[in-house]
Design a protein around this ligand. Structure first.
Ligand SMILES: [Zn+2]
Length: 70
């Protein structure tokens, strides 16, 4: 779930909100004044989140666990 940054147009308070993708900004209330006049800001970090973690971690080789109890 992406984290969106909102700014209240009523009191100017800025806050962050976790929302599902595609969810709009309607009904988002400012935690400070309670007005639902929050405006979504452009996210600062979501831009480079396109490339996910793939591969690079798959080659199974966890060495170093040799328990020699006899
Ligand atoms: Zn507010």
């Amino acid at each position: 779930m992406p984290l969106y940054e909102y700014r209240c147009t009523s009191c100017g308070h800025r806050f962050e909100l976790l929302q599902r993708l595609g969810e709009g900004s309607e009904g988002v209330e400012c935690p400070r004044c309670g007005e639902s006049k929050a405006e979504r800001q452009l996210s600062t970090f979501a831009a480079g989140a396109a490339s996910g973690a793939s591969g690079a971690f798959s080659s199974g080789g966890r060495g170093g666990c040799g328990s020699g109890f006899t």
